[in-house]
Design a protein around this ligand. Structure first.
Ligand code: DC
Length: 231
């Protein structure tokens, strides 16, 4: 069967990563979480004092250190799903915190950051047989992807999912309202930024998954995948 590129874009916490991972596992493709890359750069910026008091990143300083920021994905020693590594350190847990979530959109809006990460993402996709999720995968990173999905759900439903995820991980210091505010703020920044804003590719298939179970979503993805690989 021919190998294709699968681009899954959509709003934050729309469930795209869960679906993308499940599809990759089911069809034996590599999975890359492009949002994790933007989160890792953000964590680096936070640790190195490159986020100003007003929450805005120091663009020039961050651009200067970008060549020294190395991000990759590795299966941790105990096995299981791959984790995000920043300059050799496993940062999977840290990059999912609400603190990183609240700084990541302005960092992801910087053209230098987008350029560097887009190049890296294209490297990963060279051999095809990849599922990548993000905001601009079908529009900018892989405009020729054979399968493009745009995932949507209401902000309230997405905030509920993120809140559940954070509390399950033991982050008890956050409230649902804080998570909802963060979701709405990120939607706005991602949608209105100049560089590769979040938008549905013209040839993407839209999946509104508010009322779908995980199984239904996985089946929907797999059906579309089989259609695209048969074309
Ligand atoms: O999918 P996520 O919530 O982990 O993404 C984190 C942030 O990174 C999100 O606010 C938008 C940004 N992002 C982006 O701009 N482009 C991508 N391809 C992926 C994520």
């Amino acid at each position: 069967m021919k190998k294709i590129t699968v681009a899954i874009d959509g709003y934050s916490s729309s469930g795209k990563s869960t679906m993308a991972k499940a599809l990759a596992r089911a069809v034996g493709y590599a999975y890359i979480d492009s949002g994790a890359m933007y989160r890792a750069v953000t964590l680096y910026a936070m640790r190195h004092g490159l986020i100003n008091a007003d929450g805005r990143p120091d663009e020039a300083a961050l651009a200067a250190v970008l060549p020294g920021i190395h991000i990759d994905f590795r299966v941790p020693a105990g096995g299981g799903a791959s984790h995000t590594f920043l300059n050799g350190e496993d940062v999977e847990a840290q990059i999912r915190s609400l603190e990183v979530s609240s700084h990541v959109s302005p960092v992801a809006a910087l053209p230098e950051v987008r350029h560097a990460l887009t190049c890296l993402q294209r490297e990963y996709g060279k051999a095809k047989g990849i599922v990548m999720d993000g905001r601009d995968i079908g529009t900018t990173v892989f405009p020729d992807a054979e399968m493009k999905v745009f995932v949507d759900a209401t902000p309230e439903e997405r905030a509920r999912r993120r809140f559940r995820e954070l509390t399950e991980k033991g982050d008890s210091g956050v409230t649902y309202d804080q998570v909802l505010a963060n979701v709405l703020e990120r939607d706005e920044i991602d949608r209105t930024r100049k560089e590769s804003p979040l938008r549905q590719a013209d040839d993407a298939v839209v999946l509104c998954n508010d009322a779908m179970t995980a199984d239904e979503q996985d089946r929907w993805m797999l059906d579309l995948f089989h259609k695209r690989t048969a074309e």
